[in-house]
Design a protein around this ligand. Sequence first.
Ligand SMILES: Cc1nc2c(=O)[nH]c(=O)nc-2n(C[C@H](O)[C@H](O)[C@H](O)CO)c1C
Length: 154
Amino acid sequence: MKTIGIVDTTFARFDMGSAAVDEIKQHVSARIIRITVPGIKDLPVASKKLIDEQGCEIVMALGMPGAAQKDKMCAHEASTGIIQAQLMTNTHIIEVFVHEDEGKDEKELAFLMENRAREHALNVVDLLFKPEKLVKQAGTGQRQGFEDVGSLRG
Ligand SMILES: Cc1nc2c(=O)[nH]c(=O)nc-2n(C[C@H](O)[C@H](O)[C@H](O)CO)c1C
């Protein structure tokens, strides 16, 4: 059975990890290992440990960068770490960040956090089980959370 890692944060204002786990379970049978860390800068090592020590074949790293400038800096550092962890392990770590200022209000932010987590969970399922499905979607303007924008070729 394939193993999927889920890492999320306590800093986030919506339980993105549960949304991702629920979505995966609705589509495939896989072993899911979930951990939660304080904030986004803790995601890279947590993801790497899931791969190196727990045998995860793909990981979702979910978090919410805050709206302040220091949070945006923190998000950039976390992203860099996540990319480094992917290269060190030769394994996909799908970064699922929703910036707190992406939603115009709390309702839209919660909607976005849930939907982006769920839609990226489907990407993870496809990457692991049916990568040819993503090839069919190449260039189609997919977006996770808000509406897809579509292909320039209609
Ligand atoms: C400034 C800051 N901003 C965020 C953020 O926007 N989102 C988030 O999830 N975590 C933030 N953190 C916490 C760090 O990511 C981390 O948890 C601590 O520095 C402990 O390693 C910090 C320190």
